[in-house]
Design a protein around this ligand. Sequence first.
Ligand code: FEO
Length: 416
Amino acid sequence: MYRNECFLQLKVFSIYKELRMKKLVKDNVYFVGKTDWELTKFHGDDFSVESGSSQNSYVIQEGKTVLVDTVWVPHAEEFVENLDKEVGLKNIDYIIANHGECDHSGALPLLMSKIPHTPIYCTQNAVKSLTGQYHHPEWDFHVVHTGDKLDIGNGKSLMFIEMTMLHWPDSMATFMTGSNILFSMDAFGQHYAIEELFDDKADHDVLWAEAIKYYANILNPFSMFCHKKIAELKALNLPIEMIAPSHGAIWRKDPMKIVEKYDEWSNDYQEDQICVIYDTMWHGTEQLAHRIADEIHAASPDTKVKVLCIATVDKNDIMTEVFKSRAIAVGSPTVVNNVLSSVGGWLTFVKELKFKNKKAAAFGCYGWSGESPKIIRESLTAAGFTVIEPEVKCNWNPKDADFDACKALALELAKK
Ligand code: FEO
């Protein structure tokens, strides 16, 4: 029985592989990447994937055959096998490595073992990251800079644009003239699986929710670089008709809309929103959180107010809400002279994301020592928030005086 099941599974897998075909993107450009419906987390456990994802690799078949990026290691064998079947490995003239991170370069070692002399076009920093990870200094690297061009025949060429710190030092985008496609790498991407490839086929709300989650949780620390780069990109006046990122849907309906969004998001973005973020042991700090939210709403009825429990709400969704907020209040009870470990980990994560131009406040209950508001205040200050003076430090369970303190905190936090 077991052997029959194994045989059937192998048979199904081989049919699945035979069915996989390259997908037309535009003109002579095809998607040959991995649509990863099963992915649930990314960057270790740091990014929750809720709508699937993809590692987008593209092949250009003009006078020259060009491969733009590859896929993550677990899909390397399937990728190289399909590429051989659909394109023919020996037909690949050039490889473009827009970024060295292993979700896009993971199949390179296997691919290069079969076509070892194929030139790889990338930034100087990508030579370092690729060599550091795969230990093949003998690969035929060709270092490129912004404005360098590679002729690919049929009157078309590839122009390279360094995208330094978006989000790695080695990042680069590639613009294909004639077809007017910008292969933008991680920038403008989303963790979103879509068989039909394009934004106009996507669930619009989910697509944009994933795009902002991706920006808030991955690109926000580099907003300063992003803002400058978007200005540089616009100044190039490229006739962009399509933006093909390395994750998720390809933007073809109104490709510059996501560029404009990045311009906006990278400029100390905030909406009229305030989040109250907390964890609790015996519901005392939870009561404070709800009272603070209530008082913020009373003080500023047009402001969107959200209460988010660190223990139960996805941490990346919380960070997206922080990104959208103009202010946050963070609470934890004091536990053995410290905050709850969930809040401690969250404070580490929020510092990593380098939010700017946001107010914050601290609150929490305690039984006998009461360090949590001070710890939260110091952590949020170190994370770049402007922490307001009023705080709520509540001994045992909240009483009237503590609710009055919640009101004072809320009034100050709600001020624009
Ligand atoms: Fe999708 Fe930075 O890798």
